[in-house]
Design a protein around this ligand. Structure first.
Ligand SMILES: Nc1nc2c(ncn2[C@@H]2O[C@H](COP(=O)(O)OP(=O)(O)OP(=O)(O)O)[C@@H](O)[C@H]2O)c(=O)[nH]1
Length: 299
């Protein structure tokens, strides 16, 4: 019996994990692919982006590498029994430690039928270049995600100079000289790159104390100008914002909003999605953010 192949997609918040997942799904149309999606918050924007056609289990409200670690085994068995996939892809939260996820997938009841093919880490080039500006824990996490990958995608190269790409490649090789390093834009890779076999990674206990998330639900459209003003004032401790929003200028249109490393992105959404925004950052001042969003919404 051929084993189900497992790929683990890791990488810091907003580095391009869902973008890679979408690329892989497009290339693997000849395979039955199922997804285990993990979100730090209670609302999964990424699963809405991927849509209903792909078999998917979700682990919400926590991180797969610590508080939800024991659920991984149960979810993987469930995926196998319900969907009979050829390939399973785990998309971890941006704050997950790859070794812990790997460890969670090596339970004997899983290895009977599942083979871990690779841990793929996405590096957000511009953010990684400036990793010294984050707290020591966050910087260490970014580096360890690189250190323990079998394949590293140096992503967002469109936002980097050649010199910066060279510098980042050197930094990544210094952290991990065993991995393949591939420079990418929008996480575009050829599936042949994934033909590797992940060897054992060593587990160690890991936690990420400072990183938190909150979900805000809008009751209706907001002013786009005031929303942009709010974004401009966001402290650098806010690492990621994503979700669905409507603007007063075009109140019927749902917009998929993404904000990673200071760069906002707006895309029209055809489905009528819940108007929720997920905000992830280091030591969030939750009441202040909720207050600001209330003001945006109600005044
Ligand atoms: N300029 C540029 N933007 C990119 C690239 N890859 C992804 N993005 C954008 O970066 C944002 C985050 O991408 P995602 O794929 O959602 O990142 P993620 O790692 O899944 O994010 P989280 O799940 O929140 O950690 C989106 O707006 C993407 O369109 C790239 O190579 N270049």
């Amino acid at each position: 019996m051929e084993k189900v192949q497992l790929y683990i997609i890791s990488g810091f918040l907003g580095s391009g994990k869902t973008t890679l997942l979408l690329n892989l799904l497009a290339q693997w149309q000849d395979k039955k692919v199922a997804i285990l999606m993990n979100e730090f918050g209670g609302f999964n924007v990424d699963s809405k982006i991927i849509g209903d056609n792909v078999p998917m289990n979700e682990l919400l409200n926590g991180c797969i590498c610590c508080d939800l670690k024991s659920d991984v085994e149960v979810q993987l068995h469930d995926i196998r029994h319900r969907h009979h996939p050829d390939v399973i892809i785990i998309e971890a939260t941006g704050v997950a430690h790859p070794v812990e996820i790997y460890d969670a997938c090596t339970a004997p009841s899983l290895t009977e039928w599942m083979a871990i093919k690779a841990v793929i880490t996405l590096v957000d080039g511009p953010r990684f270049l400036e990793r010294d500006q984050y707290s020591i824990t966050t910087k260490r996490l970014m580096e360890e995600q690189v250190q323990y990958a079998h394949i590293v995608l140096l992503n967002k190269c469109d936002l980097l100079t050649e010199e910066a790409v060279k510098q980042l490649k050197d930094d990544i090789s210094e952290l991990n000289n065993q991995s393949q390093i591939i420079r990418t834009q929008y996480a575009r890779i050829d599936r042949s790159i994934l033909a590797v076999d992940g060897e054992m990674l060593k587990s160690k206990n890991y936690s990420h104390p400072g990183i938190q998330s909150l979900v805000y639900t809008f009751t209706g459209p907001v002013s786009s100008r005031r929303f942009v003003d709010w974004l401009r004032e966001l402290p650098s401790s806010i690492l990621r914002v994503k979700g669905f929003i409507k603007f007063q200028e075009n109140p019927q249109q749902v917009v998929l909003f993404q904000y990673a490393y200071g760069i906002p992105q707006y895309e029209p959404e055809i489905m009528n999605m819940p108007l929720k925004l997920v905000i992830i950052g280091e030591s969030l001042n939750k009441s202040k953010i909720l207050n600001q969003l209330d003001q945006l919404q109600f005044s």
